[in-house]
Design a protein around this ligand. Structure first.
Ligand code: FAD
Length: 535
């Protein structure tokens, strides 16, 4: 077994002291989701001096609310978007290789209840194999009804004609985000959560840095940077508009929004509703949508929806129609229909869908059609769209744009293609399946560090020990109960009632570790929201 390096400490005072001291950076990144963290890691791996600020917690936005699929996107294949699927399939295998404790292959079955579904979907999924080439995770296979039921024991047997099994990946999104942050920090990057980019600094008409504000102390810090990247997901237009207003010239109108948010709802039920460790995929529901039932951390995720929204709520609520859709469609494919009372947690994420932009001469489109990179007149680099699976390719694209615009000097890319993230073992080591309930194995190689911490033998609930809370505070930037129970442990997403009941105990341990208010009451309220179903 390889030795585990000592993890860095993430003491708040040390992070803010560095913010106050190390005033000049090559690159400052705003936003600590998949996109910003990917850029931070790539830039740090190329030897740039990097700072990243996140207004809330890392992955508090969309990046903790994915369907947890590391995928090429079967849907994009149906749309004929071959280049995009190929890129995502390549990134899928890169991620599985670099973080095997957090991202793994998963078998999916499309159950067929109509005669034409087997040849129709089978042919498409065989194409998926061809596109994956060497990056394939296993062959697509046609299954008899009996074989389908063996893999999906809780699927509806009446009328089942067979199924198609194909391979994709699944992951633990918020823990992957933390692994990116910590791996970037190991390469010298400074990453600070609860620190909002409040304003920009200009030298003449050129962007030269930002002012950020510590949400805990209210203190402001000035960060000078040659290059500023806006990776704030669905919130990118706020900063683009601020930049546009500061640098507007006569006759130039306000900056046009580039994001059209769309929300996706997920509901979590007990694993018995699916049975086994194979995901169920419905490529086309009665009203033409896609539905997944994914085994994840000992439960099953049902979802998702795609509903346009005008507002940008931090904790968006599901609509009644979305809940009805997921429950009704699940009932058509599962032996036992999940009821509202079976739902253990409901959570909603906002997709940053990119609107077509008029080319005003100062825009650079990203290589992939799914994400977009724009550079404003002042030099603000904005990146949004894409998906979790392609975060690494997006980061390479962002840095290529920064270099092309001479915001950074040229340095070779490809540094993250084989860069193992913290907790990853040696190549070929067998990790415990992400379908299984969480536990020390979720920490990969770092699980040995947990046993050295106080409270290693004290279980707060199955899969969560006192030592894990201490580890979260000492090494994973956690400050509040929500940070621990939503994104270090995923209990809020798996079982909101149980998570709510643990708030006070987790808060007590956090207070000992950080001396900060762990915000127990706010978490209690949030946990109640994750149990609320409209209608
Ligand atoms: C329902 C749903 C399901 C999905 N499923 C999948 C999937 O299965 N697989 C997949 O590959 N992709 C999936 N995606 C897509 C993927 O989750 C997103 O593409 C990705 O998480 C976007 O990351 P981001 O960093 O751009 O945005 P975010 O994660 O939202 O990060 C932006 C961050 O910026 C911060 N911020 C905002 N303003 C400021 C400021 N002024 N100062 C500092 N910080 C600021 C926010 O707090 C936030 O943390 C899904 C998306 C949705 C909505």
């Amino acid at each position: 077994m390889s030795t585990v390096s000592k993890p860095l400490l993430t003491r708040r005072d040390d992070l803010t002291a560095r913010l106050a001291r190390d005033g000049r950076y090559d690159i400052a990144i705003v936003g600590g989701g998949a996109t910003g963290l990917g850029v931070a890691l790539d830039a740090a791996a190329r030897g740039f001096k990097v700072v990243l600020v996140e207004s809330h917690d890392f992955a508090k936005g969309t990046s903790s609310r994915a369907t947890k699929l590391v995928h090429g996107g079967v849907r994009y294949l149906a749309q004929g978007n071959i280049g995009l699927v190929r890129e995502a399939l390549h990134e899928r295998s890169t991620l599985l290789e670099n973080a095997p404790h957090l991202a793994q292959a998963l078998a999916f079955v499309v159950p067929a209840y109509k005669w034409w579904e087997l040849p129709f979907y089978g042919t498409g999924l065989k194409m998926y194999d061809v596109l994956a080439g060497k990056a394939g995770l296993g062959p697509t296979e046609f299954l008899s009804a009996r074989e389908t039921l063996a893999l999906l024991p809780a699927s509806r047997p009446q009328g089942l004609m067979g199924g198609i099994k194909y391979w994709d990946g699944q992951f633990n999104d918020a823990r992957l985000a933390l692994a990116l942050a910590r791996t970037a920090a190991e390469r010298g990057a400074l990453l600070v959560n609860y620190c909002r980019a409040a304003d920009f600094i200009y030298e003449g008409a050129k962007l030269a840095g930002l002012v950020c504000e510590d949400a805990l102390s209210g203190r402001q810090y000035r960060i000078q940077a040659r290059c500023v990247v806006n990776a704030t997901g669905v919130w990118v237009d706020e900063l683009r508009q601020r930049d546009g207003a500061a640098t507007s010239r006569d006759g130039r109108g306000p900056v046009k929004p580039m994001v059209a948010p769309s929300q996706g709802v997920h509901m979590v039920v007990d694993r018995e509703f699916l049975g086994g460790e194979t995901a169920l995929m419905v490529p086309k529901t009665a009203d033409g949508r896609v539905l997944f039932a994914v085994p994840w951390l000992g439960k099953v995720i049902l979802g998702t929806t795609d509903t346009p929204r005008d507002d940008l709520a931090r904790e968006p609520l599901p609509f009644k129609e979305e809940v009805d859709f997921i429950l009704n469609e699940s009932a058509r494919y599962l032996r036992r229909a999940p009821l509202r009372s079976d739902v253990k947690s409901v959570w909603v994420g906002l997709r940053p869908l990119v609107k077509p932009q008029d080319d005003e001469g100062d825009n650079t489109k990203g290589l992939s059609r799914e994400h977009t990179v724009l550079v404003s007149r002042s030099g603000l680099v904005t990146v949004t769209g894409g998906k979790w699976t392609t975060y690494r390719a997006m980061a390479e694209d962002v840095l290529a744009t920064c270099m092309k615009r001479s915001l950074l000097e040229s340095r070779a890319g490809g540094r993250t293609a084989h860069l193992k993230l913290v907790g990853a073992g040696e190549t070929g080591m067998k990790a415990v399946s992400i379908c299984k309930p969480p536990g020390p194995h979720s920490y990969g190689q770092e699980q040995s560090l947990l046993s050295a911490l106080p409270g290693a033998g004290t279980a707060l609930c199955p899969g969560l020990t006192e030592a894990m809370v201490r580890f979260a505070a000492r090494h994973e930037y956690a400050l509040s109960v929500e940070d621990v129970l939503a994104r270090r442990s995923r209990l809020l997403f798996l079982d909101a009632r149980l998570a709510g009941s643990l708030g006070p105990r987790v808060g007590e341990i956090l207070l000992q570790e950080t001396g900060q208010d762990p915000k127990i009451d706010a978490f209690g309220e949030l946990a109640r929201q994750y149990l609320l179903l409209p209608g």
